[in-house]
Each structure stands twice: as C-alpha cells, then as structure tokens.
Design a protein around this ligand. Structure first.
Ligand code: WAQ
Ligand code: MG
Length: 242
C-alpha cells in the first residue's frame, strides 16, 4: 500500500502561523487532511487567511526508521532555572552555549531552525530568516492502537510531533544537540535533546504570553555534508520497536 506525506501550512498576511505533517496510508489521507484543516483554523496564534494542505506519495524504499529518544523532564521554576538547565546540557558540545541560548530566546517567526556551528558559534543555515525546516517525518502507528489516525488531539500532537522531529534530527551524525522553544504564547514548555541525554522537557523556558520561539540545532560543521537534504527530504518514521 502506498504511503503519502500530508503537510499543512497556515499563514496570515504572509506570516507563518502553524504547520503539521504526517506520513500515512492512502486510506487515511482524506481524514488526515480534514483534521489538519480543522487544526489550522483553531490555532491560538490567530485565524489564518491561507491554509495549504499538500499530499505527496512517498517512496517506501527511501524511508529511514529511527527510534524515539528516551525522554525525561527537568524541573525549572522560571526562565533563569530553565537557562541554567539547558546550558548544563549543551556545554558538553559547544563552548558557545550562552550564545546558543541567546539565539533560541530571541528568534521569532522563523519557519525552520538555526544551524549553530558548535565550534565557532556561527550560523550556518543558508537563509537566516527562514532557517532549515525539517519535514517528511511521522511516528509509526502502533498496529493495535485504535486511537484513530486523524484524530490525535492537539495537546497530544504537540509533544508527539516534537519527539518525532527531535528523533529525526538527533539521528544525523552532524547534530550534537537541539534546543526548542514553542512559538505559542501560551505554551512555555520546551526541550533540549541530544543522542546521549535523549529528549528532556524543560518547563518555563519563556514567560507566559511571550511570542518568542525557535529551534537551534548545534552541529559539527565537519560532518555537515548531506545534513540539510536529510532534514528536509529524507522520509523518516520514528518508533515502532518499543
Ligand atoms: N523544522 C525546523 N524548525 C521548526 C519546525 C520544523 N519542522 N517547526 C517549527 N520549527 C521552529 C520554528 O522556528 C518555530 O517557531 C519553533 O521551532 C517552535 O515551533 O515536551 O510547539 O511548532 O511539551 O511552536 C515542544 C514540546 C513543542 C515540549 C514545540 O514548537 C514538550 C513546539 P513550534
Ligand atoms: Mg507553534
């Protein structure tokens, strides 16, 4: 049975509001399209004036399968504690950890992620306004899970989608760590992830109501070859073995 990539992108006056994507069986395509459109129109960042839903066939032989990162949660009472916690994790992979934190807490309205050179602290993404957008990924559906494919709740979706993205990103040899803050003003939990520590949820990464939000991938520039193509194009299915 062919698999299809389904992607949604919503914007208002040309500014990105929300996005989502799945990789699903042909039989689930129409339900997933409907669920994504509903979700686009009910986003806390505002009502979009444009919603794009794209359906594209995926070559099953091109699919890479990776496990979920193990996950954990830190306890941070406020932004200062969140900063110290994240720095504690990423100092092991870059001498420019503070600069990486400053970046992830200052960017906004990027569609993709910053590529941050671990050795120099320089930004490596070709388009700094947009960043590098990771696409073509989903969680493997557990066969005996009767939770309908299309009807994941938004709350469940957010964490699952973040864990899927983090797993895809961490799998590449060039990626040493990722730091993420949601761009939703009412969602203040972010995460830091690495191959070694896994996915660690970080509460209170930004003040409630803040419109900052972004992702920084801390990378080894010497292993960069193929990274952007992998992040943007390689279809990845996460999980299924646990
Ligand atoms: N590829 C690269 N960067 C992205 C992508 C993508 N596919 N999607 C979003 N970003 C960047 C972009 O700069 C956004 O502004 C920023 O990340 C945040 O995106 O366990 O909701 O979709 O509770 O708002 C973390 C969940 C949720 C933590 C993260 O991110 C938890 C979230 P958002
Ligand atoms: Mg968001």
């Amino acid at each position: 049975m062919p698999l299809y990539s389904v992607k949604m992108r919503a914007s208002l006056d040309g500014t990105h509001i929300s996005g989502a994507e799945r990789i699903v069986d042909a039989a689930d395509v129409s339900d997933v399209c409907a669920a994504m459109s509903r979700r686009a129109l009910a986003h806390p960042k505002g009502c979009p004036d444009t919603v794009n839903v794209t359906v594209r066939e995926v070559d099953p032989d091109a699919i890479v399968r990776v496990p979920f990162l193990p996950w954990d949660a830190a306890e941070c009472a406020d932004e200062a504690e969140a900063r110290e916690t994240v720095l504690g994790y990423i100092r092991a992979c870059t001498p420019h950890a503070e600069a990486a934190w400053d970046l992830v807490t200052s960017v906004r309205n990027m569609r993709g992620a910053v590529l941050f050179d671990a050795a120099t602290g320089e930004r490596l993404e070709p388009d700094q306004a947009r960043g590098v957008r990771v696409t073509n990924m989903d969680a493997v559906r557990i066969a005996d899970d009767d939770h309908a494919v299309a009807e994941r709740t938004p709350a469940k979706d957010r964490v699952t989608e973040a864990r899927v993205l983090a797993a895809k990103v961490a799998h590449h040899p060039a990626v040493l760590a990722e730091v993420c803050i949601s761009d939703d003003p009412d969602y203040t939990t972010g995460y830091v992830s690495t191959k070694d520590i896994g996915y660690v949820r970080i509460p209170n990464m930004k003040p409630l109501g803040s419109e900052i939000g972004g992702r920084v991938f801390i990378v080894d520039a010497e292993q960069l070859e193929g990274l952007i193509t992998y992040l943007e194009e390689t279809p990845v299915l996460v999980g299924g073995d646990e």
